[in-house]
Design a protein around this ligand. Structure first.
Ligand SMILES: [Zn+2]
Length: 209
């Protein structure tokens, strides 16, 4: 996910944000990271439903490290494996100001959601340049494993809650623009397809030169 007014909400009341960051720094040291290319809407692969992760091995550690590198470089505050064309239930998130509180969610589930809802201007690394309001539950309780398979449960609210729900939608093959009106969605589709054609032309021109 990309945030319009990045990190507008600070989550000092969310102590569980960094539950997997210690594990993660160990993973980072072991892995050689690579930036992955991000699928752009309306790429049909973004609608693939992700499968649960069953092996908590080196391959998963490498995927998580690469996804984190890709998210931080973009820059974004969340990335789902679906967006890098890996159809497994893996999410990385960092909504901290300091960009050092990586949250890794493997096989995440929402076990409770508040009736109270919030509208937040969402953006997405797969839908560059587009921001629009989406209404979702204000607070959610999430159950997920970390990159080593350890099960965690925590509450999220505000931006973190938005981000977790946005990324979990990706794992179900859903992009945030699908919450918008068909008219808006079609405009976005047309704009992004046009940009893609222009990019392709530029690349071809570069290759000729
Ligand atoms: Zn997204």
């Amino acid at each position: 996910m990309r945030s319009a007014n990045a990190l507008r909400i600070v989550h000092e009341r969310t102590p569980l944000l960094n539950f997997s960051s210690l594990n993660f720094s160990r993973l980072l040291r072991k892995s050689c990271m690579a930036r992955l290319s991000i699928l752009r809407y309306p790429d049909p692969r973004l609608h693939t439903i992700a499968k649960p992760v069953t092996a908590f091995d080196e391959r998963l550690a490498k995927l998580v490290a690469d996804m984190a590198d890709t998210m931080y470089t973009a820059p974004g505050i969340g990335l789902a494996a679906t967006q890098v064309d890996v159809h497994e239930q893996v999410i990385v998130i960092d909504v901290s100001d300091t960009r050092d509180q990586l949250l890794v969610l493997v096989n995440p589930e929402i076990v409770w959601a508040s009736d109270e809802r919030q509208v937040y201007d969402e953006g997405c690394l797969s839908v560059p340049g587009i921001f629009d309001g989406v209404e979702r539950p204000l607070r959610v309780r999430i159950k997920a494993q970390d990159a080593s398979g350890k099960l965690q449960e925590f509450d999220a609210e505000g931006l973190l809650a938005v981000c977790v729900q946005h990324e979990m939608d990706h794992l179900k093959g859903k992009v945030f623009v699908e919450y918008l009106s068909p008219l808006k969605r079609n405009r976005i589709k047309t704009k992004l397809l046009k940009e893609e054609r222009e990019l392709k032309k530029e690349r071809q021109a570069e290759a000729v030169r």
